[in-house]
Design a binder for this molecule. Sequence first.
Ligand SMILES: [Zn+2]
Length: 194
Amino acid sequence: VLRQPLEDGVVTVSRVHGSARYPCRFMLAAAMNPCKCGYLGHPTRECTCTPSAVEQYRRRISGPLLDRIDLHVEAMPVEYEALAAETGGESSAAIRARVTAARKVQQARCKDLPGVRCNAQLPGAALRRYCRMTPSAEKILRAAFERLGYSARAYDRILRVARTIADLDGSEQLDAAHLSEALQYRTLDRKMMR
Ligand SMILES: [Zn+2]
């Protein structure tokens, strides 16, 4: 059910007396456990699942849906000391300023494309035009595709994420670091396709 809205930004509702299309651009955030018992990869507790049980559990999310999720992030449990400590991290205000600047770059890039306001909405041809890569970046992307057999859809989605990482970095060209980071966000593909 989520596939069409995730891909096209519209949803079609069909009933006996006809069908209607509605605009439906949204951000999907979802969470899952690493395995059935929940402890796979845990620093101190042991996972009791067999490898085939882990695989079976992960197969509950379909490949085509996973393909459309751009950022996979593994969240490790947080130790009490880290929770209780004063955080010295970057402030939300500073991050917001960086995101706003990257959004402005994207709006300028998309100004001649109707209905497109950010990298996530760039159609394929425009995406390739705006994603010039350094030779080392291209090499990393090629190697990842040959090794992991990503789909054409995943290719476009990885480029869009890399474009955004480069925008946050204030860089016109996509370099090796931008591509490597974008590929790192596809950890579930790697685990499912090993
Ligand atoms: Zn487990």
